[in-house]
Design a protein. Structure first.
Length: 416
């Protein structure tokens, strides 16, 4: 099938939704579909056989911040124009939109005379609440109403986690398939992980790592405060991700707290290094304070084989439980206590490692591909047997094994 996909995001860039969109393209192309992806004029054209990038035009735009912004109003407008121009020019079997592109997805599908698949990675009202907009704010109410209309006028919905799927089922008769936004990264390279570990903690200190964006709802400020309670523990905190101005702000905060000597702030890192970064750590932390969407990092963490500390909120507990990680209150004290449990070699750490290993086996690439294939059956796609699913999963694995030579790394693990 020929798919016109629209994503109002900087695809590809190493952060949540753009990774999710790229993963969806990988799965569809591995299943034999052809995807034309209309996306922002920002991002990297990672090669995938069967995928074509069609970028909107907006001169002067070179980067896009995470979350709502004034610039995105113009970027979304340019992306919308590019999508309709492409719909007029090409012949497509499916229109597939991500997040706010769903607003015009049904109209685009009518123009193409094709079914519409809505890829629902977040609840729009939840996103606004994560950025401090109240539940009763007119913007929040309007966002919920608009998304309900998109769901009702779609032919299928791909929900990224169960709470979203429940909302779809309760509010409309649109068929929905839950496809967790798992990690499709290559397996980590042990030699690379060892090299990175030494650069972070040559004295043998234990390594605590957070990987992801630095938006306020991620709770990274709580993680930084937790290091005050751990200041006498031979451990360093590595934070991978964030824009330069966010990294600078965290550096100042670490100095104010008196923990700057035990914190390493790396900024955004190449996606090819993420598996090795995670493998280099002793403890992985997801300190998110609020939200319902399961972050992509959870699945990357599970694949790493390292024990996890996560806050006890819906974002995490849709996947994780007390057997697969240490769940803690979303406070600095809670995080410090959980981290200390896993820094100590003992039954808690052993249980968390084994529980994560068992859970990870449930979220393999085959499950992801199978879910995408089932979602496309709602819009005329062929039913895929297990042999076809396995073959598609193998194609994805084969395309993700890029080797990063040690000579290309600087002491903090960023490419030179």
């Amino acid at each position: 099938m020929r798919v016109l996909m629209v994503s109002p995001h900087p695809v590809y860039s190493p952060r949540g939704t753009p990774i999710s969109v790229f993963n969806r393209c990988q799965a569809l192309c591995a299943l034999g579909h052809e995807v034309d992806l209309v996306t922002y004029p920002v991002g990297e054209d990672l090669p995938v056989e069967g995928l074509r990038y069609l970028r909107a035009s907006l001169p002067g735009v070179h980067k896009v911040a995470v979350g709502p912004s004034f610039a995105k109003f113009f970027l979304n407008g340019a992306t919308t124009v590019r999508a309709f121009r492409q719909a007029v020019r090409g012949r497509y079997d499916v229109v597939h939109t991500h997040e706010e592109a769903g607003l015009f997805g049904p109209a685009l599908a009518r123009l193409c005379r094709a079914p519409h698949v809505y890829d629902m990675g977040n609840d729009w009202a939840d996103v606004l609440r994560n950025y401090g907009v109240s539940r009763r704010n007119p913007l929040t109410v309007m966002a919920a109403a608009l998304e309900n209309a998109v769901i009702r006028h779609s032919d299928a919905v791909i929900a990224h986690f169960p709470l979203i799927a429940d909302r779809v089922v309760q509010g409309a008769s649109t068929p929905v398939e839950t496809v967790f936004n798992i990690s499709l990264e290559a397996d980590p390279d042990p030699a690379l992980a060892s090299y990175i570990r030494t650069s972070w903690a040559a004295d043998g200190s234990r390594i605590i790592l957070y990987s992801g964006t630095l938006e306020p709802y991620q709770g990274v400020h709580l993680l930084l405060k937790s290091m005050v309670a751990l200041r006498h523990t031979p451990a360093v905190l590595v934070i991978a991700g964030g824009r330069p101005e966010q990294v600078d702000e965290l550096q100042k905060r670490a100095a104010e707290l008196g923990v700057a000597d035990t914190v390493r702030l790396l900024g955004t890192i190449p996606s090819t290094l993420i598996p090795a970064y995670l493998m280099a750590a002793d403890v992985l932390v997801s300190p998110r304070e609020r939200g319902r969407n399961t972050p992509l990092k959870v699945f990357s963490y599970l694949r790493s084989g390292r024990p996890i500390v996560a806050t006890d909120i819906a974002s995490h507990t849709q996947v994780l439980d007390e057997h697969s990680c240490v769940l803690v209150r979303p406070t600095a004290a809670g995080l410090a206590a959980g981290i200390q449990m896993l820094l100590d070699d003992g039954p808690v750490r052993s249980r968390a490692v084994e529980g994560a290993r068992v859970l990870q086996a449930e979220f393999g690439i085959e499950r992801y591909v199978r879910g995408v294939a089932r979602a496309y059956e709602f819009v005329g796609g062929d039913a895929m047997d297990e042999a076809a699913v396995t073959e598609a999963a193998d194609r994805i694995r084969a395309g993700g094994n890029e080797v990063v030579p040690l000579a290309s790394l600087d002491p903090l693990g960023a490419t030179a």
